[in-house]
Design a protein around this ligand. Structure first.
Ligand SMILES: Nc1ncnc2c1ncn2[C@@H]1O[C@H](COP(=O)(O)OP(=O)(O)OP(=O)(O)O)[C@@H](O)[C@H]1O
Length: 510
């Protein structure tokens, strides 16, 4: 059902009062507000003031006729949308066409039926209102769309800003992650290194460089030549290379080339068949055979005799050898690590060491720095040995007194870590209190009788005493199984050097 009710303002422009009267009554009765004008000019003026919702316009009027009024209304932006219904007595189609051309929406023919006029008025008011509603809605939508566009643009801008922020943050996080991963890797390597080489005490840069080299070479099968002064831990480094290698499950066989009597070196290295020489009571496997599938550590390689150097070269080149007195060729897979405290290059120069063997051995050199070049390790090592020997001898010694701690750092340690270790072992034995003091470094029960040259410090004096005793016991022989070197468990060349430096001679007193 149509619920549209007649509301709004209607302007009647007509020069015939009777017409106005009829229309006024019937439209007012329906509920419209009705305005009237009696000619074109005043009608136009009133419409411009009141803006009615519809105009009923007479065509034939004195002065300005209906067509002209209508054209003027349509030409004015403020009134052009007001619907105009012509009232005409003309039945000529031409006139009606003209009315539409002037902008009318409809016409009624005079004399008119009020129902028809009412129905047309209501229809056009309704159309006009629907049109207005539509226009309002279109405008609302247009505004909403515009606002939406603005909001979208703002959002897009914010999203772009946020994306840039997030990207930057992400880049920073990634950089941080890389950095942290690097640090973790480095720390893991350090922990691993410390764990892998846990028996090697020290944190000095020089020692770390040695351990880095150990790690690098361990996984290869390259021959390693460890150099460095006596007592710097060359054997420990050799063990570390073996321990970190793929052969670690295999044996590590050590040969001290300097300690074996020259005539036995061959048999030691390559083995012998029963009866191959006097005293060869049974077949014996040499160290090369024993080391098969593992590592052979040739310590004091610089002490090898020229004959054995040739044989060693052959094994290294061909990986095979024969036992002494044997005919069978034995093949082995052995990784070689050698060590020396001597300058092999100099020995080559002097013709005491084969050049070709030197190059075979010197594939991957590792130089162990002397203790005086890594002083930061001294307190760590001293504490380590103090702890070790305190336990061993069941003593509770908490440390070193200040003077000793200072002296330990100042001493030049010609015998390196071995010397430090031996000094601390003796001091622990002699120590009666809780702290190691200077007195513990001198054997107080055998006072110095002036046999030692002046100028040696306490540690050197003690070393002198030890060497002198060993030399006396060995009847002043340095090499050989009963020589002083074997007694002291030190290389012949070292003992020879020290005896000379300490100025020891038969007849010296302690
Ligand atoms: N970094 C270290 N941490 C703990 N102990 C060490 C360290 N370096 C060496 N030592 C100890 O010092 C002693 C001497 O070390 P090692 O025998 O390895 O020295 P070397 O250089 O082979 O000596 P040489 O040339 O006289 O044979 C050993 O008892 C060893 O355990």
């Amino acid at each position: 059902m149509d619920t549209f009710s007649p509301t709004g303002t209607i302007m009647i422009v007509d020069d015939t009062p009777a017409n106005i009267g009829v229309l006024f009554d019937s439209l007012s009765e329906l509920g419209y507000k009705v305005l009237v004008a009696k000619d074109g000019e005043s009608g136009l003026e009133k419409i411009g003031q009141e803006f009615p919702d519809l105009v009923l316009l007479d065509v034939m009027m004195p002065g300005m006729d209906g067509f002209e009024v209508c054209e003027k209304l349509k030409a004015d932006e403020s009134t052009k949308d007001i619907p105009v219904i012509f009232m005409t007595a003309l039945s000529e189609t031409k006139e009606k066409v003209r009315a539409f051309e002037a902008g009318a929406v409809d016409y009624v023919t005079k004399p008119f039926q009020t129902e028809e006029v009412n129905a047309r008025v209501l229809t056009h008011i309704r159309i006009r209102q629907l049109q207005e509603d539509l226009e309002t809605e279109v405008e609302c939508r247009r505004r909403a769309e515009e606002q939406l566009k603005v909001v979208n643009a703002e959002l897009e801008e914010r999203v772009a800003e946020r994306t840039t922020d997030l990207r930057e943050a992400l880049q920073q996080v990634e950089a941080l992650k890389d950095q942290l991963e690097g640090q973790v890797e480095h720390l893991q390597e350090e922990i691993e290194r410390e764990h892998n080489f846990s028996e090697i005490i020290g944190k000095s840069r020089a020692l770390m460089e040695v351990l880095e080299k150990v790690e690098m070479v361990a996984k290869t099968d390259a021959t390693v030549l460890i150099t460095g002064e006596s007592g710097t831990g060359k054997e420990l480094v050799a063990r570390a290379v073996h321990g970190a290698s793929d052969l670690s499950a295999g044996p590590l066989i050590k040969v001290n080339c300097g300690a074996i009597a020259a005539n036995l070196v061959e048999s030691e290295l390559f083995g012998h068949e029963k009866g191959s020489f006097t005293g060869a009571l049974a077949q014996r496997k040499g160290r090369f055979e024993l080391a098969d599938g593992g590592t052979l550590f040739l310590d004091e390689i610089g002490e090898l005799s020229p004959e054995v150097q040739v044989k060693l070269l052959r094994v290294l080149q061909e990986g095979e050898f024969e036992r002494l007195g044997g005919a069978d060729t034995i093949k082995v897979k052995v990784r070689i690590i050698c060590a020396t405290h001597r300058d092999l290059a100099k020995l080559v120069e002097k013709g005491e060491f084969r050049e070709d063997l030197y190059y075979r051995l010197n594939v991957f050199p590792i130089e162990n720095p002397p203790l005086r070049m890594r002083k930061t390790d001294i307190p760590l090592l001293a504490d380590f040995f103090l702890d070790k020997f305190s336990r061993k001898f069941g003593k509770s010694i908490s440390g070193f007194d200040e003077a000793v701690a200072k002296r330990l750092l100042e001493h030049s340690w010609p015998g390196n870590i071995r010397e430090l270790q031996n000094s601390i072992e003796r001091a622990v034995i002699l120590c009666k209190g809780e702290l190691i003091d200077f007195g513990n470094f001198i054997d107080s029960r055998s006072p110095d009788k002036g046999g030692a040259p002046q100028g040696l410090d306490e540690l050197d004096k003690f070393e002198r005493k030890i060497y002198l005793r060993a030399m006396k016991q060995a009847n002043w022989k340095i090499g050989g199984p009963e020589g002083a070197a074997a007694l002291l468990d030190r290389p012949v060349s070292t003992v020879r050097d020290r005896v000379k430096k300490l100025g020891l001679e038969p007849g010296d007193s302690e």
